[in-house]
Design a protein around this ligand. Structure first.
Ligand code: PMP
Length: 353
């Protein structure tokens, strides 16, 4: 897609910390076209769409009032955890995809990061449902988070409160509609995925996402859409916010748990779908960089990216170069039918609001 075509998608805003020089403000056209050229290599990001209420520490507050102090511990040291959950509108009303697994992972992240949240999975599900109803949101994203709050500013945070919040908002495709069909271009990152000697990769911890952020920004700055991180042993781990799968013949491979990726809830669903489709699933074998280059097909999975094909990695065209390969397309179709409540076998993955 050319930069011009991208800008025509007016729903999207471009975000960067480096604006064009101020003297260009003299001429609005030059200013905007310079912005367009300047940012054309940067992924387009859909701006956050406000809803009415956010749940915060036991209460529903107005969106604009869900605030914290600038000396909040997590803001300085990354001592927070979060989840990303999607709700889909189905024929039978809004349904949250694998909500139990998401809140169980939230509690696991809390444990790994020494936080006692004092809420159960069922209580969190209740809050999520109420939040969606209050905000009249049938389809979108749910973002729970918990973090060491305002108090002690030393690292140990022995006496700081743990703040907990949950927000939701409308959210479409993460890498753009076109990416679902044509695929994305990936760069193998110069950043190495964190491992469990550094920080817990299985926790969806805020601090871990500095690693993701750097990889993602490097990829975008180099003109790609997405990053792929290797681990400290040089094996393929995952994307900055997504798990990775490759297809070779009838085998579908994804890195083993020891490769240091976050255990994706979407990936777990996809592994089930792959086996139910009769493909051979290989998930206990390390993947090396060359496997990526020589794959017939490759795709990313995650709550945000859903099932997004990869069409190129480090300038090597994947498979036939058509973007989305036939096996990826099959899996993707089943995934979207599942979240829309159209597949009985996977109906249990949905929790109706
Ligand atoms: N890896 C990372 C680092 C992520 O942030 C995510 C998104 N949560 C994933 C993988 C995919 O996980 P899930 O399918 O549970 O969203």
């Amino acid at each position: 897609m050319s930069s011009k075509e991208r800008t025509e998608k007016s729903l999207f805003l471009k975000i960067s910390s480096r604006p064009p020089p101020l003297n260009l403000l003299r001429n609005r056209y030059t200013f905007f076209s310079t912005c367009i050229d300047f940012y054309s290599h940067i992924n387009l990001v859909k701006i956050l769409e406000k809803t009415e209420k956010i749940w915060m520490n036991g209460k529903f507050v107005d969106w604009d009032d869900a605030k914290v102090h600038v000396l909040t511990h997590a803001l300085h040291y990354g001592t927070g955890i979060f989840e990303g959950i999607r709700c889909y509108n189905t024929d039978k009303g809004p349904a949250i995809f694998r909500v139990k697994e998401h809140f169980q992972r939230f509690l696991n992240s809390a444990k790994l990061c020494l936080m006692d949240l004092e809420y159960s999975v069922d209580e969190f599900i209740g809050i999520a449902r109420e939040l969606l109803k209050i905000n009249k949101l049938n389809e979108g994203y749910i973002r729970p988070c918990a973090f060491y709050g305002y108090g002690e500013i030393g690292i140990k945070a022995l006496s700081n409160p743990i703040d907990i919040a949950m927000a939701c908002w409308p959210w479409g495709t993460y890498l753009g509609e076109e990416a679902l069909e044509k695929g994305v271009r990936c760069k193998i990152s110069s950043w190495v995925r964190i491992d469990s000697r550094m920080a817990p990769p299985l926790a969806k911890a805020a601090a871990n996402y500095l690693n993701s952020f750097l990889a993602k920004r490097e990829a975008i700055d180099c003109g790609y859409d997405e990053a792929i991180l290797l681990n400290s042993n040089g094996y393929v781990s995952e994307g900055p916010g997504a798990n990775i799968f490759i297809v070779k013949g009838n085998r579908v491979m994804t890195p083993p748990p020891s490769a240091g990726a976050l255990r994706g809830i979407t990936a777990d669903a996809i592994m089930q779908i792959i086996q139910d489709l009769g493909f051979e699933l290989v998930s206990q074998q390390n993947i090396i960089r060359e496997d990526l280059f020589l794959a017939d097909e490759a795709f990313l999975t995650g709550t945000a990216v859903e099932v997004t094909p990869i069409r190129e990695i480090d300038k090597r065209v994947i498979g036939s170069g058509s973007g989305r390969g036939p096996i990826t397309e099959k899996i993707q179709k089943i995934f979207f039918d599942t979240v829309k409540g159209n597949i009985d076998k996977y109906y249990d993955w949905l929790t109706f609001v």
